[in-house]
Write a protein that binds this ligand. Structure first.
Ligand code: 2BA
Length: 109
């Protein structure tokens, strides 16, 4: 058995949750925050048998798309005068980040 930890953009979480239901994939949804952009994203925990890992990865891939985001980065023109400005930095946020972890034991009481 494997645990898939899938971090997706909030815009894709509804569609992915629906796709999991349609494909009989059990998942737990957590609200999370990206460390870089510091904006909300969604993390799904999916416990799945080894033989279904590829199928679940395909469901995630089909439901999530990458998007461009811009963040404002401070640019310091003169440190002594404390004059600063900002410029937009383009960041490509992936469709999904997925970690596949081995499960030592699984209990359902
Ligand atoms: P964030 O940390 O908010 O990162 C959003 C996007 O910003 C990333 O997209 C990447 O394109 C860019 N980025 C992140 N760190 C950067 C840095 N130090 N310098 C330049 N650009 C940077 P993704 O790579 O698709 O990641 C989307 C979200 O997935 C991340 O949101 C984070 O919540 C999670 N994530 C990505 N890699 C991870 C990792 N190795 N471990 C844990 N979480 C991860």
């Amino acid at each position: 058995m494997k645990l898939l930890v899938a971090i997706v953009q909030d815009q894709d979480q509804q569609g992915l949750g629906k796709a999991f239901l349609e494909n009989d994939v059990r998942a737990t949804k957590l609200s999370s925050t990206g460390g870089f952009l510091r904006s909300g994203n969604t993390t799904f925990l999916v416990g799945v048998e080894d033989e279904r890992v590829e199928e679940v990865l395909e469901v995630i891939k089909a439901s999530c798309q990458s998007r461009e985001q811009y963040i404002s980065t401070p640019i310091h023109l003169d440190m002594n005068l404390e004059v600063s400005n900002t410029y937009p930095l383009k960041v490509e946020v992936g469709g999904a980040i997925v970690f596949v972890l081995p499960i030592e034991s699984f209990f359902h009481f």
